[in-house]
Design a protein around this ligand. Structure first.
Ligand SMILES: CCCCCCCC/C=C\CCCCCCCC(=O)SCCNC(=O)CCNC(=O)[C@H](O)C(C)(C)COP(=O)(O)OP(=O)(O)OC[C@H]1O[C@@H](n2cnc3c(N)ncnc32)[C@H](O)[C@@H]1OP(=O)(O)O
Length: 184
């Protein structure tokens, strides 16, 4: 992965700490919001990522490129692939049971991805420094050990729930999210 210093853990970064409530190894991960473009079952043209954590620390997910995801004819749009990486990385950092948002996302595109391809995604954390989490992901064509089509590195920043309440729709968060206290 070609990545900048901004997404590379600095000296002193520490491994993530497993929190109470972290899903057990082998657990399928629910969508965090039904209308999420990445994982929401209710989104008409979204990515509909299906995800699980094999070990409580990383996330594996599948995304099948559909008609709605094209850039060039019959090929996935690069921005859509970046969204898939953002989503699987977001799911992986949420394993630590704190709210984070994407601060920076870097993407390498190694192979074209035709419509109908199932991308096997994997995301993991390389280190935490204060509010900053340094994460990485890859997308492989056709199988978990298939050729790598996309790689990503990201900096996610820890926020508090006021971030979502102030800038988003707090009623919907409260209705769909029972594992966070919206107004602590
Ligand atoms: C719905 C409710 C859910 C609740 C629970 C969550 C469940 C989730 C479950 C499953 C998730 C599934 C996946 C979700 C989808 C994927 C995630 C997304 O797409 S998120 C949307 C896109 N991202 C944004 O909209 C952020 C917009 N930006 C901001 O809000 C701010 O800029 C923010 C929070 C990132 C930082 O602002 P500041 O004021 O809080 O903090 P400052 O001081 O600016 O930054 C803190 C540190 O981070 C560095 N930093 C910030 N942005 C950086 C950047 N772009 N590049 C490099 N460093 C950056 C700064 O230099 C600073 O570092 P120094 O402490 O000084 O060392």
């Amino acid at each position: 992965m070609t990545r900048s210093s901004l997404t590379t853990p600095p000296p002193g970064a520490v491994p993530p700490v497993t929190q109470p409530g972290t899903p057990a190894p082998g657990t399928a991960l629910d969508s965090h919001y039904s209308q999420c473009f990445g994982c929401g079952a209710g989104h008409p043209t979204g990515l509909h990522l299906k995800a699980a954590t094999p070990d409580g620390a990383t996330v594996e997910a599948e995304f099948t490129v559909g008609e709605a995801h094209q850039g060039a004819p019959r090929l996935a749009h690069g921005g859509v692939l970046a969204a898939a990486m953002d989503e699987v990385i977001g799911m992986s950092v949420y394993l630590f049971r704190k709210p984070y948002v994407t601060g920076r996302l870097e993407t390498d595109y190694l192979l074209p991805v035709p419509v109908g391809t199932t991308l096997h995604l994997r995301a993991w954390c390389n280190g935490i420094m204060g509010r900053k989490a340094y994460l990485e992901a890859e997308g492989r064509i056709g199988a978990p050990d298939g050729p790598v089509a996309v790689r990503a590195a990201a900096l996610f920043v820890e926020v508090n729930m006021e971030h979502f309440a102030k800038h988003g729709d707090v009623a919907t968060i409260a209705a769909e999210h029972h594992d966070y206290e919206v107004n602590p």
